[in-house]
Write a protein that binds this ligand. Structure first.
Ligand code: SAM
Length: 279
């Protein structure tokens, strides 16, 4: 149990883990909060948990205390590895430390099913990591849930409904293949050092079958085109796809005068199917 381990402040001091902004390092030292995040990830018994950016290991300890069969922790900062090895020694055989860049790591190959992904994400790579998980092939994916800390504003973009400013690429990609919801907010002062804004823990549960049929790359392409010029009408914004948008817009049951933020996820899937059919 983590009771055998020293307080996180002591670990940080002893290993010289002064937070580096370039690595998105905002550490959580409050064990009540790390425990709350671990519990929010659902039952961990019998699950491998992939954690991105364990840092000094606060959330890692909580995941292990909450019954994870094994935690596979991917950390880019070499300074953290010795501190994490102490955690590994306190939980024999249950913590695998992977030193490297999470964006370049084949996480599916590291974890056995059933697996969950839990992380207090480095904000500078939070969006590309999420998009990568959502583009996993095959689908349904190797993980049964994602429980992730984002900046509040990013969390709002993930769960946004059509019609508002927050609705865009992230909402469409996330809601197409998963059911996302904001679980709770975390005050900036809970972190060391505190980031500029409030954070939120978001849960995404993969849908067994996506909301509608679409090729992931085609969907990504039409969504990028439509929201790339979000203030323009679809008949103008979709021109960047290099073909007449009228047929695609009709296939999606939309009007050429509508704007991207007015389309449902299902309509974007219909656009993607029409786009892919013309290729
Ligand atoms: N999990 C710790 C906690 O909650 O206190 C640290 C969270 S901190 C917000 C983000 C962590 O991600 C840092 O430890 C940082 O070094 C690590 N990190 C940054 N970029 C990374 C990358 N590309 N791959 C893996 N880890 C990364």
């Amino acid at each position: 149990m983590s009771g055998a381990l020293p307080p996180l402040r002591e670990v940080i001091a002893r290993h010289g883990l002064a937070a580096r902004k370039a690595l998105g390092q905002n550490f959580l030292l409050d064990l009540n909060l790390t425990g709350r995040i671990a519990r929010a990830a659902g039952a961990l018994e019998g699950h491998d948990v992939v954690e991105i950016g364990p840092g000094p290991g606060g959330l890692t300890r909580a995941l292990l205390d909450n019954g994870a069969r094994r935690v596979i922790a991917v950390e880019r900062d070499a300074r953290c590895i010795a501190a994490l090895e102490e955690v590994a020694a306190a939980y024999p055989g249950r913590l695998t430390i992977v030193e490297g860049d999470a964006l370049k790591t084949d996480m599916a190959a590291l974890a056995d099913r059933p697996a969950r992904i839990v992380a207090n994400l480095p904000y500078n790579i939070a969006t590309p990591l999420l998009v990568g998980w959502l583009q996993t092939a095959p689908w349904p994916p190797w993980f049964s849930s994602l429980t992730l800390m984002f900046q509040r504003e990013v969390a709002e973009r993930i769960v946004a409904a059509p019609g508002g400013k927050a609705y865009g690429r992230l909402a469409v990609l996330a809601q197409w293949r998963a059911r996302p919801r904001i679980l709770f907010d975390v005050d900036r002062r809970a972190f060391t050092p505190p980031p500029a804004v409030t954070s939120s823990v978001v849960e995404l549960v993969p849908r067994e079958t996506p909301l509608a049929v679409a090729d992931p790359q085609a969907l990504e392409t039409v969504v990028a085109a439509a929201f790339g010029q979000r203030r323009k009408m679809l008949r103008a914004s979709l021109k960047s796809l290099g073909r007449d948008p009228a047929a695609m817009i009709e296939a999606a049951g939309a009007l050429p005068t509508q704007r991207a933020e007015e389309l449902t996820v299902e309509q974007f899937c219909a656009l993607a199917r029409a786009y892919a059919a013309e290729r």
